[in-house]
Design a protein around this ligand. Sequence first.
Ligand SMILES: Nc1ncnc2c1ncn2[C@@H]1O[C@H](COP(=O)(O)OP(=O)(O)OP(=O)(O)O)[C@@H](O)[C@H]1O
Ligand SMILES: [Mg+2]
Length: 158
Amino acid sequence: MSERWLPDADATDALGQALARTRPANAVVHLHGDLGAGKSTLARALLRALGVQGAIRSPTYTLVERYPLNDGGEAWHLDLYRIADAGELEFLGLDGAEVRLWLVEWPERGAGQLPRPDLTVELAMRGTGRVARLVAGSEAGRSWVERATAAHGVAADS
Ligand SMILES: Nc1ncnc2c1ncn2[C@@H]1O[C@H](COP(=O)(O)OP(=O)(O)OP(=O)(O)O)[C@@H](O)[C@H]1O
Ligand SMILES: [Mg+2]
């Protein structure tokens, strides 16, 4: 577990970039946090750093937005805030075979229908900034957190 202080949205972007640079070949990321905690900001920075060009739309209404990755496969950005129950996910046909990177906002609403996270990011508001807790859920996630934390710089540690 690693806790980072993110004083402003630029710091959230920097964390997203660090996670992108150090990501494993396949990764499932669950993004937890209240409305406005910075989940989309982090997901967007990650996708941008992975070379996604053009608009990165919020999947609030579509539930999922898919992006081809430069090194093959796809990144899927999900926002499950609006689903009534996890069963709805079955109808989306989320088989996920080609997915290299899952970024899931409100994963608690898709419980039982989502792949298990390699990394859980818990974002919380603190004053005008945010605190990010990085919790590894797998061996790949554990080494990812170590690499990303180093890449994000010691100065950002809380
Ligand atoms: N570290 C930070 N400090 C201050 N503001 C931030 C920080 N990170 C992001 N923000 C700002 O917080 C606002 C909400 O961010 P964002 O849309 O990413 O939240 P969210 O967690 O995705 O919310 P939702 O659950 O509604 O999808 C944005 O204006 C963003 O710029
Ligand atoms: Mg969001």
